[in-house]
Structures are given as C-alpha cells and as structure tokens.
Design a binder for this molecule. Sequence first.
Ligand code: SF4
Ligand code: SF4
Length: 439
Amino acid sequence: MRLTFKGGVHPPYRKYTSENPIKEIGIPEEVIIPLSQHTGAPAKPLVDRGASVYRGTKIGELQGFISANVHSPTSGKVKRVFEWPHPVALKSLPAIIIEPDGEDTLDENIKEDADYLNASPQEIVERVKEAGIVGMGGAAFPTHVKLSPPKEKPIDTLIINGAECEPYLTADDRLMREHADEIIQGAYLILKAVGAKRGVIAIEDNKPEAIEVMERAVRDFPDFEVAVMKTKYPEGAEKQLIWALTRRQVPSGGLPMDVGALVQNVGTSRAVYHAVRYRMPLIERVTTLTGGALANPGNYLVRIGTKVEDFLKMAGGLAEEPVKAIMGGPMMGIAQYTLDVPILKGTSGVLLMTAREVELPRERDCIRCGRCVEVCPMFLYPTRMAYLIKNKRFEEAREIGVLDCIECGSCSYVCPARIPLVQYFKYAKAELRLLAQKA
Ligand code: SF4
Ligand code: SF4
C-alpha cells in the first residue's frame, strides 16, 4: 500500500513534458530582478543605475530575520531600479533591471570549496543565507531561516519533497532523473545543518524513473531512504506529506518544526548543494513551460529574472493563442494579467492554456452534496466557510478554520456547482489580515 493522507482529489495530470530532458535557455536581452521574491521583507538594493554586475553578484541585501538576498543572473549593467509587474503580488513592485553584456562573466567571489561535505552546520546555513536560497516548490520561504530552528524545536526528520503533485509540472521529476547525485548531497548538507537523524525522499508513484535513480543515489547515504507516495493531489503539500510519512499532525497555526519535521523541495536541495560547494547563489532554476498554447513545451533551465514573454520566445514561441497564463500549476498557481512578469526563484512552472483546456466557471447555488468536505485534506467545512464569507461573516469563518486552509483548490475542483471556493478563502484571509492590522 502506498503512503498517503486523507482527502484529496485526482485531477487529470497532463504531465506531457515528463520525457523532455532539461534544456538550457539563453540569456535574454533584459533581466528583471524583483527585490521581493520570497516570504518576508524585500531585499534592500545594493546597486544603482550604471553599476557593473557579474554572474552571481549580490545586488540586493536581505533585511530583517525573514528575508533573502538577490543576485544578478548574468554580467552586464544596471539600467535602473524601478517598479515592475510582479507575478505573485499582481501589482508593480521595486525591481533591479539589468542589461546583459552577453559575456556571462562569473563574479570573482564564486569559488569552489573542495572540502564542502565537511562544512560545519553554521557554515552550511551561512552559505545558504548568502546565496539567497528560498523554497523552490513555490512557497519561497527563506531556506536559511528554516535551517535555523530554535533549540526547543529540534528536527529529527528531514523530508525532501519530490512529490510534484500539481498537474502539468514535471521540473522536479526531470531534476531527480538528471541530477539525483546533487539532490542527495544537498539533502545530506541540510540534514547535517539541522542535526536530523532521518532523511526521506518522497516521490509519487507516477514517477517510476525518478524513484529508481533516487533509490540508487541514497545507497551511499545510510540516513536516507526513498518513500513511494500514492499519486493524489495535494500529496506534496507540507502538512499532508508530514502526516503521510510520520503520522504527526502539524497543529493549527503551527509549523513543521512543531512536530520535529523539516520539508525541502528537491530543487531547493540541489540549490543548497551548489551554494555550499561552489558558493553559487540562486540565479537560475528548472521551470516547466507547458500548456496547449506552446509550440515546444518542456523543462527549461532559465535565468531568474527572464520575462515570461522572452522565455516563451526563446523556447520556440506559441502554437496557438493562449486564453489563460498561470505562474505555477493549474491548482495553486496564479493567473497573470501580463506576460511581462519575470521568472522568480519560486516559479516551478509557466502554463499557457488554450480555450480547450480552460473550463470557464459558471457559478450556481450550493446543492449541499458534501463533496468539498470529503476531499478537504485539512478536514475543513468549505461550503459553510464560503457561505459565511459571502455574507462577510469573516470572524465566524476564522472560528471554523479558514486560516488553516492551505489553498490547495481540491474543494473548488470537485464542486459540481462550480463555486470558486478557494477564491473565497483567499479573499477572507486577506480581509482577516486587514482587520488584524487595523486592530
Ligand atoms: S478548504 Fe482549503 S484546504 Fe480544504 S480543500 Fe478547499 S482549498 Fe484545500
Ligand atoms: S461541493 Fe459545492 S455544491 Fe457540494 S456542498 Fe460543497 S460547495 Fe456545495
């Protein structure tokens, strides 16, 4: 029997690009580096118009405890520091705009440490912090913060998340198939940094090749094992993965460290390896570019800061006019109003969908079928929460758990009345945040 959680759904997975090897995309004519690509405070710019930068030069410094550095993805000149459309905030935010010189000269501070596997836990955390690494599965939480739990919250179990349960996305699958050695070394460094005893690489059973190569890779690392998970959405959600693997329930409003667990995505694990071994900052990532509108869907190694418009041109352009553009997967991704937005550290996929792929919602009244309750992996009561939110009874929605909603979209997916339940929950959370700020 495969490991899994309670609830969840089985959307059509449409992982069309799983057999497409990772291809490197070139350097665009302009890169846009937002100062806020992570949870927490935006970075403070360290450069101004006309400054020369190199591949890996730090151009923005973290501010405060939860924040992350940002770096130039190539060599060139800073054109300006200006507001630019942001794919997560859905408004313009400050960004550093760079004109590449085409040389791609490496910053002189980026040097290999041949003895990297013997780096101390403090050195590992410091290099991860300096490299600006954030969670690459989408959440973009600064990794050095996750690697520094307080003493009273020891971590005993590290979970490396290779579930990739979102439909369409295949970047993590390809990473595991092509870079298993780097992922396991990064995982070993993370395990060492937090002092965990056990490491688990969690992969859904729809990725047999990835399971096979990761099982080979862990043979040299006795603290690690591969766990084969049932293919079900949202198997890769942090709390669901922890429960499925350890039977520990993260408390309401709590964090994985409250139950001695730490979850890191496979891409993050590889980025940690590069940061500790080469002191290489997070300036590029593997992203799945997919959807029916594309001429050449695939998995691409792309520089952070490449505009989606340029990315898709460099990848062969469009076969059809898209009706919807999403950053991330179709269940939890964010619909975009412009293709001018840049690829961020947390952009796992870009989805350009045709009219055939997009089901236009026609909301009707709730028929009280209870399907949303059955599938909710957080054991919430989505229909009741939506009713309260529609009537602006936010405080009551909070009391029955809307803040515990992980926004997986499973309830919206199964709802026969096409009620955009998850949109109501996002709206209520924003309203409750505003009310808390006012209070
Ligand atoms: S209520 Fe939230 S957690 Fe539950 S299924 Fe809906 S979106 Fe997912
Ligand atoms: S799935 Fe939709 S129609 Fe059924 S109870 Fe939930 S909100 Fe109502």
